[in-house]
Design a protein around this ligand. Structure first.
Ligand SMILES: [Zn+2]
Length: 179
């Protein structure tokens, strides 16, 4: 793994962090067989929906059923990326169909993609060439609110101030968020 990859701390609400339990982390996916094992325990309807994933601090993909909290999936730790992904059966092989960085708990930058690709490559799982859905997270420096930037419109939806061009979610506004 790239040792210089950015790691992301949990920046979401404290009440969700309180859900973290020892042993409650997402299932480690180190091979296609791990996906098989994990998938066989889910019902088909659940499997058709995007699941929660993180790439943990060691660069390993961890998955949990849909709507699981990312912070629980990560055991409360830092991550290299986080989001949602769906698997598709391609001639008897699990491949990643869709993958996003949609995690309001960690708000990873779109630049975290190499960590996702690296974890999937290590597990021998085919995947798209990038996030199929990119979420641009920014924190407003004026009001401290977390924004999801749509269509490159870098304006805070809460107070109309301009948003920074660089990822800053765990930056100066962090204290606002905890207040
Ligand atoms: Zn604002």
């Amino acid at each position: 793994m790239n040792a210089r990859a950015q790691s992301y701390r949990y920046v979401g609400p404290a009440d969700l962090r309180a859900l973290v339990r020892p042993g409650g982390e997402g299932r480690c996916i180190r091979s296609a067989a791990d996906v098989n094992d994990w998938a066989s325990a889910l019902d088909p309807a659940e499997l058709a929906e995007p699941c929660t994933f993180v790439v943990d601090a060691a660069g390993v993909l961890r998955v949990a059923p849909r709507r699981s909290e990312h912070v629980v999936c990560a055991g409360g730790g830092t991550v290299l990326s986080a989001g949602e992904l769906s698997f598709r059966d391609e001639s008897g092989q699990w491949v990643v169909a869709e993958v996003s960085n949609q995690s309001t708990g960690y708000c990873p930058d779109v630049s975290s993609w190499p960590a996702v690709a690296g974890a999937l490559d290590s597990a021998g799982i085919k995947h798209p060439s990038g996030f199929t859905h990119e979420v641009v997270f920014r924190r407003c420096l004026a009001c401290g609110q977390l924004n999801i930037v749509r269509e490159e419109d870098f304006v805070c939806v809460f107070c109309d101030e301009e948003l920074p061009r660089e990822w800053n979610v765990d930056g100066a506004g962090h204290d606002f968020h905890r207040a």
